[in-house]
Design a protein around this ligand. Structure first.
Ligand code: ATP
Length: 347
């Protein structure tokens, strides 16, 4: 269990800069999610932390000690990577005990540790099973137990749940988070799934094109995205093209609205969350109200999503339904955009 610091880490593959001067501090016991679209460099960054890839520049420090050139097997990290599958010819117990047997732990100690770890992943009765007899979710949990067998200084996971179906994935996200909290192990997880990151992370690091776009607590990032990329990637946002008119006023194709801040002039992107929009029947009356036409209603029971065209720009509003959806395609509506919910970025 340790503090990790990344100091201006760079990785180049020929002409491609996969990771571009990343600075990051991961305090002891913290759960960090590296989040970003395919190709943003998150796996490469994790592989450098693991010692599987050598940085082109920068330093990695663990508790102040420079580990940039330390080989992977001497770092004492636990890893769950897609490429590190379970050994198919070994039983569950032999898989979990693998690192302990390499270290020469005696058989009784190995058995005790395996029992503890299988309890921890809530699969106490499968020690003697063959890997081929396990479901996908059981395999992932065994891989997690195997990585935790030697009390890792850092626990590194690369998309460990991505091959599972949605329900199981969501259940294991919660279990993995609870397990990490109980053990207090410093953890870094790579994912492209923002919901997964929001569920598990103390700190989310949003990456794009090799760079950190923003890092912070999940709700902090959700509420105060640093730029349009983050606003769009974390949750869903309505992104509207407009022009700043000074004093927080933004001209949108459908009319002028007041926002809580942003640039004084020039082309801007205004971002507003679907749950912050308010829809009502009839013509606009009052500030920050635009007129629109409902083009689509998606009612999935739990929430109702209303797509509205406002002078050529599409806005999506989400609400918890009370009875039948209040609007249907073709209805004229008023969309209210509360000023405090609009975040404005330079375009
Ligand atoms: P994904 O979610 O698709 O795995 P990622 O965010 O993890 O994407 P990386 O795998 O880190 O992204 O890749 C970042 C960039 O570096 C990509 O442009 C990729 O093509 C490139 N890259 C990664 N590994 C290598 C390599 N061994 N040789 C050359 N280019 C590489």
């Amino acid at each position: 269990m340790s503090d990790l610091r990344l100091d201006s880490i760079v990785k180049r593959f020929g002409a491609v800069t996969a990771v571009d001067h990343v600075d990051l501090t991961v305090p002891q016991g913290c759960f960090v999610c590296l989040l970003g679209p395919s190709g943003c460099g998150k796996t490469t960054l994790l592989r450098m932390i693991a010692g599987l890839e050598m940085p082109s520049g920068g330093r990695l420090l663990l508790d102040g000690e420079d580990i940039t050139a330390l080989p992977a097997h001497r770092r004492g990290f636990g890893m769950v990577f897609q490429s590190l599958a379970l050994f198919p010819h070994l039983t569950v117990a032999e898989n979990v005990a693998y690192a302990l047997s390499i270290r020469g732990a005696d058989k009784a100690a190995q058995r005790a540790r395996v029992t503890d770890l299988l309890e921890l992943i809530q699969l106490p009765d499968i020690a003697e099973r063959q890997v081929s007899q396990l479901s996908g979710g059981q395999r992932q949990r065994v891989a997690i137990a195997r990585a935790l067998a030697v009390d890792p200084r850092l626990f590194l996971l690369d998309e460990p749940l991505s091959a599972l179906d949605a329900k199981l994935r969501e259940a294991l996200q919660v279990e993995l988070r609870l397990l990490q909290r109980r053990l207090g192990v410093t953890t870094i997880l790579v994912t492209h799934d923002q919901r997964e990151a929001m569920t598990m992370a103390d700190t989310i690091v949003v990456m794009d094109r090799g760079r950190v776009q923003q890092s912070g607590r999940p709700l902090e990032i959700y509420r105060n995205p640093a730029n349009a990329f983050v606003a769009d990637f974390i949750g869903t946002s309505n992104l509207l093209d407009g022009r700043a008119r000074g004093g927080g006023r933004i001209e949108l194709p459908g009319g002028e609205v007041a926002a809580s801040g942003g640039p004084e002039s020039g082309a801007v992107t205004a971002s507003i969350r679907p749950e912050d929009l308010r829809l009502s029947a009839g013509a606009p009356a009052g500030a920050n109200c635009l007129s629109g036409e409902v083009v689509f209603v998606r009612d999935v029971g739990q929430t109702v999503e209303t797509h509205v065209d406002c002078a050529g720009q599409r806005l999506v509003a989400v609400a918890i339904p009370e009875g039948d959806p209040p609007f249907s395609s073709g209805d004229r509506v008023t969309v209210e955009l509360p000023a405090e919910a609009i975040v404005v970025f330079p375009a």
